[in-house]
Design a protein around this ligand. Sequence first.
Ligand SMILES: [Ca+2]
Ligand SMILES: [Ca+2]
Ligand SMILES: [Ca+2]
Ligand SMILES: [Ca+2]
Length: 255
Amino acid sequence: MKNINYSSLCSTIIITFSFILMQKVYAADAHYQGRTNYYAPYAEQSPKVDGVANESIWQEAKWQTLDNRWLGPEYSKEDFQGRYKVVWTKSKLYFMAEIVDDILIDSHRDPLTQYWDDDCLEIFLDEDFSGGEHQFNHNAFAYHMSLDNQAIDIGTNKLAQTYTHHVESRWQQQGDKLIWELSIDIYTDAYQDSATDNQPIELTAGKIMGLMLAYCDNDGSALRENFIGSESAPGEGKDRGWIDAGLFGKLILAN
Ligand SMILES: [Ca+2]
Ligand SMILES: [Ca+2]
Ligand SMILES: [Ca+2]
Ligand SMILES: [Ca+2]
């Protein structure tokens, strides 16, 4: 009969279970419960970013709605409705958003001033789905897309910066809706604001990223009236996605 070392076996079992437990605690800490999973289809051909969603690949992607009211009072269907789709190529993510907004406002003409108080579409991206804090670093990006197609976020110098060179953005009105198409280059947390040679990464099937969209709706007030996102925000400070990547949903790059 084989001589089993029970002491060694017990140690192995304990270490294994401790490791599994640690993984679970970490997963729970990094992201809030109830995040959505979004499977983005692969696009053989890049959609044309022109505000016309006539590329067949858009029909393969599922809608994700913006229906979590983070800030502001109840709103009507005429005031705001929003939903979006995502597809990917090896070099970029592509977004198509359909927005209903009764009044379009861009009252701060300087793109770096109170950009969140003008109508804007926010795209929150965490390249490695790490979660965690991203206020003054590039652990994640929070691109505030203005109506004039600029992308603004806070840099590591703690000031608003333009990241418009990461993004291509065009929208058009179709009936009572805006059709907004965007492409975004993906950078890791090693991105340097001061460098001129940051390289976007190549995307591959199976990659998991953090993603969430939101819309700041202003129809004529001094400050934005509503902030409405694609993910639920438990507890206080529901607008904290600009700091906390733990709120982001899970984006899976499908085949
Ligand atoms: Ca298009
Ligand atoms: Ca509105
Ligand atoms: Ca990250
Ligand atoms: Ca508006």
